[in-house]
Design a protein around this ligand. Structure first.
Ligand code: NAP
Length: 480
């Protein structure tokens, strides 16, 4: 709330995208007076806003803030909340439209949804809508995700449920669809005839940053790959939807995930590599090993790095491997999708000084810079034929007027206007867990013996290089 949602709400206000008829109620157990709550949020916004805070914009937002003390498991909390919401219908003309944002510990998701149902708070009457945003993580494997879906489906209709993934709020991620489908030149080559393979990397330089207790139970496959990276993969690999309407887009995304055959146990060992960082240096500063982080077990076998080779077994992608890798404490912070095209025939350049021709690459940069880059070959000016790589690139920074954002702005806005396109549907979550769960099962039954197997500040374990090199390829290093 402090770091992301409040700054995002402020940005929406600054863009004129929050109505006057609007209020926010914070609910938690702590006793806080209304005035103290507003003061606390004022101090938070000044600390975490992504732009300069204009008092003329913040003051009305601060005024719309209220607080309710209560326990999520206590039905009386919901009765008091219902009373507050009825009052807001009068005082702030909210028309009974309510968005419940479950920015709460995950074990509370089903508790709250059940109570919202029992108290009648999610009943949609008289044209008013009631929606629920559910944060991550959504389950820890296929079984728990299915159970959670079942529980919330007994209270809410699917179009009331907004399973949020803040990665999908990023400009470049949304742009993947526009870029792919609004540019006619790409579609004919976006398949196995022209694309050799695809790499997706989510590299972080940070460690667990005070979230050791959570992370040690999760690991990178659950924390990043199963949700964010599988979403990126589905955006890159999906068929063109028949429209940009939510269900049309989500139908195509889920089809891609279903086209990835879950690995058999023996395949897990050949097609995945896991790692955990040891002591090292990040940005020339000493970084302690994962096992020495606060609230992490000194014998932890949790993976802080994983690399996977996935096959999308449909007509567009058969034979085109998708290599995914993500890790903490890597050499550089970067999220990129790299489309590696097939190499042209070399015969033409046999008589020249050209030894090797790198294939064309299209790089979709998602973080920290947002942009698109196409690497092509050109002739170096001069009497002999020498090839150089040139970049045709575009950066979101070139749009001078874009303001820094948290990634939650468009998601919050979409949930208010009722657009579920960028949110996970129940079947997408389950399809993603169907791929991740067999890997997690094998990993937990065969504990790693070589952890820690990469130093903080490196590009991960050596075994990950073999994963691509055995196929005659190599990892794309961000910044290359
Ligand atoms: N932190 C991250 O980096 C991060 C990143 C991505 C997603 N998320 C997800 O975002 C959500 C929010 O994260 P967070 O770190 O802000 O969560 P959090 O601090 O663990 O919990 C949020 C609030 O819930 C209240 N709460 C907990 N149990 C309660 C209960 N029984 N009754 C009433 N209130 C209760 C807490 O206040 P009181 O103690 O006063 O009750 C706290 O203010 C989580 O689902 C998390 O998984 C977090």
């Amino acid at each position: 709330m402090r770091r992301k949602l409040l700054p995002a709400l402020y940005n929406l206000k600054a863009h004129g995208l929050l109505p006057e008829e609007f209020a926010i109620i914070g609910v938690a157990r702590q006793e806080i007076a209304q005035e103290d709550f507003r003061r606390q949020k004022s101090s938070d916004i000044h600390q975490f806003a992504t732009t300069r805070v204009e008092e003329s914009l913040w003051a009305p937002l601060a005024e719309s803030l209220g607080y309710l003390q209560g326990d999520f498991a206590d039905p009386a909390t919901y009765q008091r909340l219902a009373k507050m919401l009825r009052e807001l219908e009068q005082t702030r003309s909210t028309a009974g439209n309510v968005l419940f944002y479950l920015a709460v510990p995950p074990e509370m998701f089903s508790v709250i949804v059940r109570q919202l149902g029992a108290s009648g708070l999610v009943r949609q009457e008289g044209g008013a809508w009631r929606r629920v945003i559910i944060e991550k993580p959504f389950g820890r494997d296929l079984e728990t995700a299915r159970a959670l879906n079942g529980e919330i489906a007994s209270v809410l209709k699917e179009d009331q449920i907004y399973r949020i993934d803040h990665y999908l709020g990023k400009e470049t991620v949304q742009n993947i669809l526009v870029f792919r489908f609004a540019n006619g030149l790409l579609e004919p080559i976006w398949n196995r005839r022209y694309i050799d393979h695809v790499q997706i990397i989510v590299a972080e330089t940070i460690g667990v940053e005070g979230r050791g207790a959570y992370y040690d139970k999760a690991g990178v496959l659950r924390d990043v790959i199963q949700n964010h990276m599988f979403q990126l993969l589905s955006l890159v690999a999906m068929e063109p939807p028949i429209s940009f309407e939510a269900e049309a887009v989500r139908d195509e995304k889920v089809k891609v995930l279903r086209a990835i055959r879950p690995m058999r146990p023996e395949e897990v060992l050949q097609r995945t590599v896991r790692g955990q960082y040891g002591d090292g240096f990040v940005d020339a500063r000493k970084a302690p090993a994962y096992r020495r982080e606060p609230n992490v077990s000194p014998n932890s076998t949790t993976e802080t790095y994983a690399a996977l080779k996935l096959d999308v077994e449909n007509w567009r992608w058969a034979g085109v491997p998708f290599y995914l890798r993500s890790g903490k404490r890597l050499a550089r912070r970067d999220t990129e999708i790299v489309i590696h095209f097939r190499r042209p025939p070399l015969l033409l350049f046999e008589q020249t000084a050209v030894e090797r021709i790198e294939a064309n690459r299209l790089i979709l940069q998602i973080q920290p810079d947002e942009g698109i880059e196409l690497r092509v070959k050109a002739k170096k000016p001069g009497p002999s034929i020498q090839l150089v790589t040139v970049n045709l690139d575009f950066s979101y920074r070139d749009f001078g007027e874009t303001t820094a954002a948290t990634g939650y702005e468009s998601l919050l806005y979409d949930s208010m206007i009722g657009d579920t396109t960028l949110f996970h549907r129940y079947d997408m979550v389950e399809a993603a867990w169907r791929i991740a769960t067999p890997i997690l099962d094998v990993w937990s039954s065969i504990p790693p013996r070589d952890f820690p197997n990469y130093p903080a500040g490196s590009w991960g374990p050596a075994a990950a290089d073999q994963l691509v090199e055995q196929d005659g390829r190599r990892w794309w290093t961000p910044g290359e």
